[in-house]
Design a protein around this ligand. Structure first.
Ligand SMILES: *Cc1c(COP(=O)(O)O)cnc(C)c1O
Length: 430
């Protein structure tokens, strides 16, 4: 005997749309930030940095106060602000003493700047594969990619969850490598009782407009290493003119930039930092409600959070079992998008960018790969990171939690849309 199950017609096929109006955009900036910014403007001192060995080499009062508060918050000896996290990554690679031609192992599942920071010091990015559950570097693949030329590892704590730092740091200790963590997306995430970003030799956070907390543009470097901290401060602020007067003797990579963050941004940052915990906790409870609501949908894998760490859900990552679903990721994503849930069907496979495929970075003659500094022919061909490639090509699906200011009602609507699509899978198969 057949039971007749009533399934609604999917919006993709002309049925009613589950979510009628766009979700409210996330906006972390409030009256406190506006007040703080106005006070700085009224003071007339929008930046107090001086690019020479002088008291103001370290910036003005808001820069210093924000750095002190970040160091205290994240539980590190040094916090150093920069004008973007891309700048922070560049400063970090320079500060750990990368030599031209040194190989640095990096994840392909990240924003491109994680790897270009290596190229800025003429280091050679080497891509290792990721863990299929956490999307972070797989320590086994990192180990397999270590050569006599490897000097460092850049991990990304992607989507909101820390990488496997104990394993990564153990590998680094065994092979004498330095570790940088790109925690742009995961400020406030915990790994074994400590903040993600603070477990590497140097790490840090982005303060760009899209992140959990922001100052428009900006970044914060964190480290417990006095020497690295000094080198970061020098690279941030015209190192080459400061080293002489400051009495710095190690001149390697003391080629400076202007990576200084302004007083207005730091005044805003001070207010944002106070709100970080609340933002993160609210996003966590919404994500947990979403995971609860999506339980039991066959062929859908919700985020896997390791028991020794927390997830702050910059992105809510999912995976599809296409054999079980009997349809394609495109069909599912199109159906969800039509119901009003904006999901993305790709993230990043940065090793496949034209720059790496054609090995053209500085100039037009293949520098640094085609030069004497490069020790060997590094492989960037499709196939070197099968897990990251399969996820991107076929099974990954993400929802940008940090894009919206969601409430529990919104989460209930998202769940409803998913359940409708899953109940209507037959319509997609047809
Ligand atoms: C946002 C982001 C960056 C770059 O940060 P900016 O502050 O925009 O320069 C780097 N890595 C990851 C993983 C990011 O998400």
């Amino acid at each position: 005997m057949n039971t007749v199950t009533h399934t609604e017609k999917l919006a993709l096929l002309g049925g009613p749309k589950t979510i009628q109006s766009e979700f409210k955009r996330y906006n972390s900036i409030g009256a406190e930030e506006a007040q703080a910014a106005i006070k700085v403007i009224e003071s007339g001192v929008l930046s107090q940095f001086l690019g020479s060995w002088h008291e103001d080499f370290y910036g003005g009062p808001k820069v210093r106060a924000f750095e002190r508060q970040c160091a205290e918050y994240f539980g590190v000896k040094h916090a150093i602000t920069v004008n973007s996290w891309t700048s922070g990554l560049i400063a970090a690679v320079g500060a750990i003493g990368i030599e031209p031609g040194d190989e640095v192992i990096v994840t392909p599942w990240t924003m491109s700047a994680t790897a270009t920071a290596i190229l800025h010091w003429n280091g050679i990015p080497v891509f290792a594969d990721i863990d299929s559950e956490t999307f972070n570097l797989d320590p086994r693949s990192v180990e397999a990619n270590i050569t006599p030329y490897t000097k460092a590892i850049v991990v990304a704590d992607i989507f909101g969850q820390s990488a496997d730092m104990d394993e990564i740091m153990a590998l680094a200790a065994k092979h004498g490598l330095k570790v940088i963590s790109d925690t742009a997306q995961s400020p406030g995430a915990i790994y074994k009782g400590q903040y993600a970003g603070t477990l590497a030799h140097v790490g840090g956070y982005s303060l760009n407009y899209h992140k959990h907390i922001h100052t428009g543009e900006g970044g914060i470097l964190v480290t417990n290493d006095d020497e690295i901290a000094e080198r970061l401060q020098l690279i941030r602020n015209h190192a080459e003119v400061v080293v002489g007067d400051k009495g710095v003797t190690d001149l390697s990579n003391m080629v400076g930039y202007n990576f200084r963050l302004g007083e207005i941004e730091c005044a805003i940052g001070i207010e944002q930092l106070k709100k970080l915990k609340g933002f993160v906790e609210s996003r966590q409870s919404l994500a947990e409600a979403l995971s609860d609501g999506l339980q039991g949908l066959e062929g859908l894998k919700t985020p896997i959070v390791r028991s020794d760490r927390t997830h702050v859900y910059y992105v809510y990552p999912m995976q599809l079992d296409l054999d079980l679903l009997g349809t394609t990721r495109d069909c599912i994503c199109d159906a969800l998008n039509a119901e009003g849930v904006s999901v993305s069907r790709w993230y990043q496979n940065i090793h496949l960018l034209p720059m790496y495929q054609r090995k053209i970075a500085y100039g037009s003659h293949g520098f640094p790969w085609a030069s004497d500094i490069c020790h060997r022919d590094v492989n960037y061909a499709k196939g070197i990171c099968p897990v990251a490639e399969t996820l991107n090509d076929t099974t990954y699906m993400g929802f940008g939690m940090c894009v919206y200011d969601l409430g529990f009602n919104d989460v209930a609507l998202i769940v409803k849309a998913f359940r409708k699509v899953w109940a209507g899978l037959d319509q997609l198969r047809g």
